[in-house]
Write a protein that binds this ligand. Structure first.
Ligand code: GLN
Ligand code: ZN
Length: 763
């Protein structure tokens, strides 16, 4: 029988039970013992579900109160001194929460640990903070308790832990210079003995297999790290009687493949969805290792083509026999939980989809079919039909989009004139002062706005009533911006719940789930739209609101769109055509919107691309191909306008060093970015590149409720002017204001405008 296993299951719960419980605990309305109870019952439910699906072993250690890396830091006693953890005491739940969020029901508040993106997913982990001579010890028992818990349910528990090299690579510390600093490797001497103890404890508990995650093997690794693998795993191999399954995911291993194959572990897991390492090179070097193939996509929501998988797996099965294992490509943490709950998706669309629970069923059917079982034939047949029906569905293929795409190669990607010529015409048309001021788009999303949207969606408020309320909000935003004397105004985005969902709902080819939540960080989840078919725009999406806002004022109002790459990046994307094809379809739809805005007399149009950088592939070798099509899509969407029309873009981060060429190639007239917290130092990339177009380095952090001071913003802009020509500079906040209150916004923007005026005087 083919062994089936899973790298991890979403812990949040089908109805986000974990989120609710954890937030209630933080708010003081749930006791710790009640919270523990919720955790235990979720684990039991998820393990049982996996066992019932037919898995041979269940993952233990994928459960986390906030984040699995934070759990492991607590297990290792890696608690920064500001959390006042005594060296000989266990790390408590509240300490864990204080590390995550800076505070907890008990204990003194302290600055929270940093959070960052988990590889190229939309999940965020808590970055471990290491001292230069960090000591490790077993400081929290929960993982071992959970192993006992699973075993008490008569399940084969497979503990899942981050591997020591991945753990160190993902850490930071004042003594270390970035992720790849090889100085971190000196800590292995302290760390390995604790890993050995952990493995011994698992062995004592009766564990057979331990999954040790080393996803950094899918990155471009410096030699020192690659070499460390052999040494480290030699030391772990003999530690205990447990067998190690080395798990890699999110990419292929490429130049790290032979390293992984040489390690003295009992099994190796490869991601066969994102990775494509040549198996004819793997098999001869496998020795007596188990080969676990991640064949069901853990990061997307489409049902798999099991026939195609069977074609490739059957010969492998003949060669490997019992040593071939099957699993999802990566942890199902990145999938929504259960499709069965979706009672508002039509049956056709639903039959194309698969969430975490369904993925395990697919795995079981695949395994059964590979073993020649007759019992799975009806399920295999049903899957075959669903996959075939999807391929032929008229809902996916829109001939008009197809024709337009075929002709899109001929569509211009260049503005009519170069920036140096355009900008003069834009300034004449817009009559802007030096250091023009603007905002990033959204104004505070008040309770009233949310209530109006909710009532309208629920049918309690009719269209005209809703439009009226939104117009009132737009009027309020415009009036305020005039009063405070901003130069380029916005309508405030009151009508938008979310910058991707809003457009997805107005475009063809998108669907929305009710419960398709995926954990983003801590208790926060996102519910990405599903792009299932060709994308087109039935009618203008933003023109009425923007035109209304413009009718209220003589100052220019900036039209506000979400860019093609960001829409793609924050959705579940169809897997039956290349991502760049889907992105170009979105770009063409946005191009029409840009055109319509221009025709409606809107002279400034912003296309937000906050997710532009996060689309970068894990491997440098793949960057250029991505940047080429991402830039192409942005240009496709934006260049169809007259020279006088000013195109803005916004990206709410500030690391541009390695992508500055692509940013310049986007050729937006104005880019607004986040810089206030870095003291403008991050403008260096733009300075060194001699970035030619206009740029608005954010002068205050919108995430903070504190009112920014005029002098502080003037000083920041003066720093910016040392790096870039002052004629090219705009004055704006770091990001949109939707999470702020009106009281905070009013003071902050008044100060910002005052700062711009002071700069003009002294210029
Ligand atoms: N225009 C959007 C806003 O202001 C941009 C948000 C973002 O960059 N994430 O809210
Ligand atoms: Zn932003």
């Amino acid at each position: 029988m083919t062994t089936l296993h899973n790298l991890g299951f979403p812990r949040i719960g089908a109805r986000r039970e974990l989120k609710q419980a954890v937030e209630a605990y933080w708010a003081g309305t749930l006791q710790q013992s009640e919270l523990e109870h919720v955790g235990r019952s979720l684990r039991e439910r998820h393990w049982t579900l996996q066992a019932e699906a037919g898995l041979d072993a269940v993952p233990v250690g994928d459960f986390a109160w906030y984040d699995q890396i934070l759990e492991f830091s607590c297990l290792l006693g890696v608690v920064p001194p500001r959390f006042q953890q005594a060296d000989d005491q266990p790390v408590s739940l509240d300490t864990l929460f204080r590390m995550a969020r800076g505070r907890a029901p008990s204990g003194e508040p302290a600055a929270a640990c940093e959070m960052t993106k988990w590889f190229d997913t939309n999940y965020h982990y808590i970055v471990p903070e290491l001292e230069g001579d960090q000591q490790f010890r077993i400081a929290r028992e929960t993982l071992f308790d959970q192993v006992d818990e699973a075993r008490a349910l008569n399940l084969d528990a497979k503990p899942v832990i981050p591997g020591p090299l991945t753990y160190l690579y993902l850490s930071k510390g004042e003594s270390f210079d970035g992720a790849a600093d090889s100085a971190k490797l000196t800590l292995l001497e302290n760390l390995i003995p604790v890993y050995r103890t952990i493995l011994q404890r698992f062995a004592d508990q009766g564990v057979t297999w331990v999954q040790i995650d080393e996803p950094i093997l899918c990155l471009d690794l410096p030699d020192a790290w690659q070499r460390a693998y052999l040494r480290v795993y030699d030391q772990l191999a003999g530690a205990a009687s447990v067998k190690l399954l080395l798990a890699t995911y999110f990419e292929g291993l490429r130049d790290n493949l032979f390293t992984a194959l040489q390690l003295p572990v009992a099994g190796l897991h490869l991601d066969r969805v994102r990775g494509n390492d040549p198996l004819d090179q793997v098999l001869p070097r496998l020795g007596d290792k188990v080969l676990s193939l991640g064949v069901i996509n853990g990061r997307n929501i489409w049902r798999a083509d099991l026939d195609a998988l069977l074609d490739t797996l059957t010969p492998l099965k003949a060669q490997l026999g019992e040593r071939l294992w099957l699993a999802p490509s990566c942890s199902l943490l990145h999938s929504p939980v259960d499709l069965d709950q979706e009672d508002r998706l039509d049956d056709e669309l639903k039959s194309w989809l698969s969430f975490a629970k369904q993925k395990l069923d697919e795995l079981a059917v695949l395994g059964g079919a590979l073993d020649g079982g007759d019992g799975v034939q009806p399920a295999l047949q049903a899957q075959r039909q669903a996959v075939a029906a999807r391929g032929q569905s008229r809902r996916i293929h829109d001939p008009a989009v197809g024709e337009r795409m075929a002709a899109s190669g001929q569509v211009s990607r260049d503005r009519l004139s170069p920036f140096a010529e355009r900008i003069g015409k834009q300034q004449a048309a817009l009559k802007l002062p030096a250091y023009p001021t603007t905002t990033i788009g959204s104004f505070p999303q008040t309770k009233e706005i949310r209530a109006a949207r909710r009532d309208w969606k629920a049918g309690k408020l009719d269209d005209s009533g809703y439009t009226e309320l939104m117009k009132q909000e737009i009027t309020r935003a415009v009036r305020y911006q005039e009063q405070v004397d901003l130069d380029v105004l916005v309508h405030g985005e009151a009508e938008r719940n979310d910058m991707v969902e809003y457009f997805g709902e107005l475009l063809e080819g998108f669907a929305f789930t009710r419960f398709g939540w995926v954990q983003s960080y801590g208790s926060r989840c996102v519910k990405p739209p599903v792009i299932f078919g060709d994308v087109s725009r039935p009618k203008a999406m933003t023109v009425d609101w923007t035109r209304f806002a413009q009718s209220l004022t003589d100052k220019p109002v900036k039209g506000m769109l979400t860019g093609p790459v960001t829409i793609l990046q924050w959705s579940f994307v169809r897997d039956d055509q290349p991502r760049d094809t889907t992105c170009r379809q979105i770009a063409l739809a946005l191009r029409d919107e840009v055109q319509d805005l221009e025709n409606a007399g809107i002279g400034v149009i912003q296309i937000d691309e906050p997710a532009f950088r996060e689309g970068l592939p894990l491997r440098r070798d793949d960057w250029q191909a991505y940047l080429d099509w991402a830039v192409d899509c942005f240009r496709l969407a934006t260049v169809g306008v007259a020279d006088e029309t000013q195109i803005h873009t916004h990206m709410c981060y500030s690391e541009f060093n390695d992508i500055i060429e692509a940013i310049a190639a986007m050729d937006a007239d104005v880019i607004t970015i986040e810089t206030s917290r870095s003291n403008m130092e991050l403008l260096e990339a733009f300075e060194n590149f001699q970035y030619p177009n206009d740029i608005g380095p954010g002068v205050y952090d919108i995430h903070s409720p504190n009112e920014p001071k005029v002098d502080w913003m003037v000083a920041l802009m003066e720093k910016a002017a040392q790096r870039l020509p002052k004629e090219r500079l705009w004055v704006n906040p770091d990001c949109g204001l939707k999470t702020r209150k009106w009281e905070e916004t009013e003071g902050a923007l008044a100060n910002m405008v005052e700062a711009a005026k002071a700069l003009r005087k002294s210029a």
